[in-house]
Every structure is written in structure tokens, then in C-alpha cells.
Design a protein around this ligand. Structure first.
Ligand SMILES: [Zn+2]
Length: 295
């Protein structure tokens, strides 16, 4: 242990040093409401570390005012939708989507599986306590050729016919294939190309499909050192700020545990955009897709 007088001298020296150093530049942060357009409340979350109160508390503390909820199985979304009083107290709107997966095995076969299509029809008919389902997905295609699977085609056509949005984790080739099935569908491209599809290809797809929207979780190259936007993404998001949304992708419990810092990261890079563009990507575009009132 240090003698008291020596400790006091060290404290004084530290204070003097602190005063002498310039204050570190505080990064700007977008401070408005957030619409999380890619949220899962899977059974491993609600069955263990993140029961409903915990999950809703994290959303509230992060300033998230609406979520696209899609969960494996759909019970997680239904429990969020049924928690109407708690959601209202948290100022949260739940936009439910039908997940295509009953279990992990369904990830690799849903596009050929008629029982998935039947399950989707049953879920749509039943709806949720927060109202009808507003979309389908998230679904995954690890091989874009499976975008031509019979159930993938039928689900895209169903979404178009019923004006449901679709949240799809796919590559750029699959975007073309899915849109060929249903050119008027509202497709939300989860991660906007998680394998790092070049920005110019993203731009071309946005121009080709006016109803395509890019969701930005896990997007490689979006941010650089310090958490700010990269130059090419700053240019793309500034030019097409009406075409992007943010998401958390809480696919594992670690994403729930880090939820507030994920949203803080988004607030950091959003602040690199003009204020109106940041607000569109953070809130307005998601709210507009589903007709939500301002928070
Ligand atoms: Zn996801």
C-alpha cells in the first residue's frame, strides 16, 4: 500500500495531467428513434437469459421504438406481440413477421418443403395479438439456385399478393431470382450482401428494383476504424437514404447481451450522414414500410 501522502501527490499529479490534456473529441451520435428491422427472439433467448422483461428493457434503453420481430419458432414473436401493455410502456411497436423455421433443420430445406408453406398459411390466418403478420422471413439461401425452389417461388408470390414484406438473407444473384418470381414484392435484403457484394452491384440492384430495401447489420465494409462510415458507404447511403434500414440480427444470445452497444454503434455511423438521411435510415423508412405513426 502507498503511504497516504504519496498517494495524495499521485492523485494531484493525475488531476493536473488531466487538466493539461485536451478533452478527447466526442464522436457525434444520432439521437432520434430507431426502428430495428431485423430482430429475432429465438427460443434460446426467451427460455434462458433474456425473458420478456429483459428483452423489452434492452430495447427501451437502446431507444428502439419499433421492431420487425421474427423468431424461431414463431412463439417468440407471438410473446412479444402479446405483451401489449409492457410494449406500450416501453413505447415499442412490434411488427410481426412469419419465420419459416420451426427448427434449425428447416434452414437448409424450406425452399422445397410444402409443409413450410402450409405452416406460413396457418400463421397468417391466425395472426398475432399485435395484429396481422406484416411480412415473411428472415429466410436464408446459401445457394442462390434454391431461390428457384418451388416453395421459395410460391412464398414470393404469396408475399406480393398479400402485400407482405420479405426479409431475405441471400446473395445478389438470388435477389434477381426472387424478384423474377414477384416483381412487385417488397424485399428487405438482410445485411445487403453479407459476403461483401460490391457497392456498385448494390447500387445497380437498388436502381433495378424500386421496392428493394437494404438492411445493414453485419454488412462488410460499412464502417471503418473508429466506427464511422467508410467513404463508399457514406456516398451510397447519402444518395439512397430512402432505401436502407438498420437491424440488430439477434440470432444468438450474445447479440442480445450486446444489444445496447450494437445500437450505439449504429447511432455512431448514422451521425456521419446528413441529419435527414440518418433519420430516414434509423426510423422513417421502416416506419413507412408498415405505416407506423411517429414515436
Ligand atoms: Zn437474422
Amino acid at each position: 500500500m502507498l503511504r497516504p501522502i504519496l498517494r495524495q501527490a499521485l492523485v494531484l499529479a493525475a488531476c493536473a495531467l488531466g487538466l493539461a490534456l485536451p478533452a478527447p473529441a466526442l464522436a457525434q451520435r444520432y439521437a432520434g428513434p430507431l426502428f430495428d428491422a431485423h430482430l429475432h427472439y429465438n427460443e434460446e433467448a426467451w427460455m434462458s437469459e433474456h425473458p420478456l422483461d429483459d428483452a423489452l428493457g434492452r430495447l427501451k434503453r437502446a431507444g428502439v421504438r419499433a421492431i420487425v420481430a421474427n423468431s424461431r419458432p414463431n412463439d417468440g414473436t407471438k410473446s412479444l406481440a402479446a405483451a401489449r401493455e409492457q410494449a406500450a410502456a416501453a413505447g415499442l411497436t412490434v411488427v410481426p413477421f412469419v419465420r419459416l423455421y420451426r427448427n434449425r433443420a428447416d434452414y437448409g430445406s424450406w425452399f422445397n418443403d410444402e409443409t413450410i408453406y402450409e405452416m406460413v398459411l396457418r400463421e397468417l390466418a391466425a395472426g398475432t395479438a399485435a395484429g396481422p403478420y406484416r411480412g415473411l422471413g428472415e429466410f436464408h439461401l446459401y445457394d442462390s439456385a434454391n431461390a428457384n425452389g418451388p416453395v421459395a417461388r410460391k412464398l414470393m408470390q404469396l408475399a406480393q399478393a398479400r402485400d407482405l414484406a420479405v426479409l431475405a438473407h441471400v446473395d445478389d444473384d438470388a435477389i434477381d431470382k426472387l424478384m423474377a418470381h414477384a416483381p412487385q414484392a417488397r424485399l428487405i435484403w438482410a445485411h445487403t450482401g453479407i459476403a461483401g457484394v460490391p457497392v456498385e452491384r448494390v447500387r445497380a440492384l437498388l436502381l433495378k428494383y424500386p421496392r428493394l430495401v437494404g438492411e445493414l447489420s453485419y454488412r462488410p465494409g460499412l464502417t471503418g476504424a473508429g466506427g464511422g462510415l467508410s467513404d463508399e458507404w457514406k456516398a451510397l447511403l447519402s444518395a439512397h437514404s430512402e432505401r436502407f434500414v438498420i437491424g440488430s440480427d439477434t440470432w444468438i444470445n450474445a447479440r442480445w447481451a450486446g444489444y445496447e452497444s450494437l445500437m450505439a454503434d449504429a447511432r455512431r455511423w448514422l451521425a456521419d450522414l446528413p441529419e435527414a438521411a440518418a433519420r430516414r435510415i434509423a426510423w422513417d423508412n421502416g416506419a413507412g414500410l408498415f405505416g407506423l405513426a411517429p414515436p
